[in-house]
Structure formats: structure tokens, C-alpha cells
Design a protein around this ligand. Structure first.
Ligand SMILES: [Fe+2]
Length: 311
């Protein structure tokens, strides 16, 4: 736990789906023999023109200027999950201006692969978690960040995710253990139907949502949709927050590259959570496309404040 005073805001920078370009020119898609072949062909046709590294750099510079306490990256740093891409993504994570946490996305686990030289290269930004021990928990002041891994290899044309029973059970335990804190859950695939097409959905979204609703959380951050949506975790009023891709060139305003600034301030009753979404286009520059604020009541909060009062 860090030394934040009890009333200091904790500022989070939430970004996702940066889809960094491969570090070297890729061979023809014919050089790949599995699902990656289709993905490489699609990338060369379309995605290389849509996900722009210069936009990712502009987003990173804006995050640097905001001086967050934590940077939370909800996955899909790569396009094909190749070892060279994962190594380049590690450099990207190291370039962030604050303690950074990451969870993998479906592109980062496109095919079954050896964890240590793929997403395992990001273990220092995942609390040294290996692929069998998610979710992890990082505590910063009054904030607990819990990172889930929804990335699974899938057949061609599918981009589903799954959390599974083991992670759900550990999630429930971690949410209980951290209930005196402001609990922030990170997951690549949104735990709610309808935010992405079925072929891209979280297969056990109902079970994951039930765990979060029953055990409680302050906010759930996801990627994958490339969209600044604001929903709730089913069965609860817990905000479920999407974010645009950090690198997407798009004519549709809600999909243009950006990130979420989230400030969490303790109050006597619980927390104030302030959410701003910042989006960039070369013609307009930066704009704040969404600004919401919640007061969250925590029955435990009064007990903590009393316990911390000077005698
Ligand atoms: Fe994704």
C-alpha cells in the first residue's frame, strides 16, 4: 500500500486496444498456418490503416500531462500476439508515466502459445501473475485494482473471452477481502450482453456479472468494444465503463482515439468517482466527450473514518 493521505484523490488513466504495429514488416499471410494467417491478411487490408501509432503516441503524451497515479490498460496491445509484438508492447508499458497495470486481450492470446515469451513478458505489470493465477490485486492508497484475464484462444472469426470458475471464485474472495477499499475491476471483454457482437462476447458474462454484483465493486473498466459506452453490471448499479481504442482513426466520434481519466476521492460516506473521457482528432484536437460524477455510499466507510480519527 502506498502512502496517500486518506482524502487525496487517486487519479487513474484507463486506456485500451492500442493495437501497436508489429515491430518489423510482416511476411505474407501465407507464412502463417493458423488463425494468425487470417488476422494478418485482415490487418494488411484494413487494420494497419485504422490503428495509427502516431495517435497512440498523442494519447500517451496526454496521459503524461495528466500525471495519473496509476495507468490501467485493458488489453489488446498487439495485433497477432506474436512474441516480437509482446516484447514491443512491454516497451510501451515501460514508457507509461506511472505505475501501470495490464490485462491481456483476445489479440494478445490469438492462438495457444508459450506464456513466458508472450503475455508473460508483461508480468511486472500484472503483479508477477502467471497465466494460472489470475486475477491479481494491486492496492494503491484507498484503491484496490483487480485484474482479470478473459483472453482465450478462439477459432477463426471468433474473438470470445472467458473468465472461468477458478478466476470467478478468486474474484469473489478478492472482492470480499478488499471491501473497505474502492474496488476497481479490470477486464478486456465486457461482462454484459449487447456491448459487442456475440462472436466477440464474454462467454460466461452472466456468471461474472453475478459475482461482481453479489460481492460488490465501485467500477468495472473494460476494453474490446472500442467504444466509450457507460452501462451497469447486470444485477447492480455498478458502473461498467468502456473506452475508445487508444489508436483508432475513425469518422465516428464515439470511436475516435482516446482514454478515460478517473479520479477517486474518499468522502465521509464512501467515494466520489469523477469520469472524463478525452478523445483526439487531428482536425479538432482534444475534446472532453463525456464527464460523469458519482457519489458512492459505503456502509463500511464510516467505520473506517472513525477508526482513523486522531485520539
Ligand atoms: Fe479485443
Amino acid at each position: 500500500m502506498t502512502g496517500n493521505s486518506d482524502t487525496s484523490p487517486v487519479v487513474l488513466a484507463h486506456l485500451s486496444d492500442v493495437h501497436l504495429p508489429p515491430p518489423a514488416p510482416l511476411p505474407s499471410w501465407r507464412a502463417f498456418t493458423n488463425k494468425r494467417a487470417l488476422s494478418v491478411a485482415s490487418w494488411k487490408r484494413h487494420r494497419v490503416h485504422r490503428h495509427r501509432p502516431e495517435l497512440a503516441t498523442i494519447v500517451r503524451e496526454d496521459i503524461v500531462a495528466a500525471a495519473p497515479d496509476l495507468v490501467l490498460n485493458t488489453g489488446d496491445l498487439t495485433n497477432f500476439g506474436l512474441p516480437e509484438e509482446c516484447a514491443a508492447a512491454a516497451d510501451w508499458l515501460a514508457s507509461m508515466p506511472a505505475r501501470t497495470l495490464v490485462v491481456p486481450g483476445n489479440h494478445d492470446a490469438m492462438v495457444r502459445s508459450n506464456w513466458p515469451d508472450h503475455a508473460g513478458l508483461w508480468s511486472k505489470w500484472m503483479e508477477d501473475t502467471d497465466e494460472t493465477s489470475f486475477p491479481y490485486c494491486h492496492i494503491h492508497g484507498n484503491v484496490a485494482v483487480i485484474g482479470l484475464n478473459s483472453a482465450i484462444p478462439t477459432p477463426p472469426f471468433m474473438a470470445c473471452g472467458r473468465i472461468g470458475k477458478t478466476q470467478r471464485e478468486k474474484l469473489a474472495q478478492l472482492l470480499d477481502e478488499t471491501k473497505i477499499l474502492c474496488r476497481v475491476v479490470m477486464i478486456h471483454h465486457p461482462p454484459r450482453a449487447g456491448l459487442v457482437p456475440w462472436r466477440k462476447s464474454l462467454l460466461d458474462h452472466k456468471a461474472v456479472a453475478t459475482v461482481i454484483a453479489q460481492h460488490g465493486a465501485s467500477i468495472v473498466l473494460h476494453g474490446h468494444s472500442h467504444d466509450a459506452t457507460l452501462a451497469t453490471v447486470p444485477g447492480s448499479e455498478i458502473p461498467l465503463v468502456g473506452v475508445p481504442s487508444a489508436s483508432l482513426l475513425s469518422s465516428r466520434p464515439w470511436r475516435q482515439s482516446g482514454w478515460n481519466r478517473i479520479a477517486i476521492t474518499p468522502t465521509q460516506e464512501g467515494w466520489t468517482i469523477d469520469l472524463q473521457t478525452r478523445q483526439f482528432t487531428s482536425d479538432v484536437g482534444w475534446r472532453c466527450s463525456r464527464h460523469r460524477r458519482w457519489q458512492q455510499h459505503s456502509e463500511l466507510r464510516g467505520q473506517i473514518m472513525k477508526a482513523n480519527e486522531p485520539r
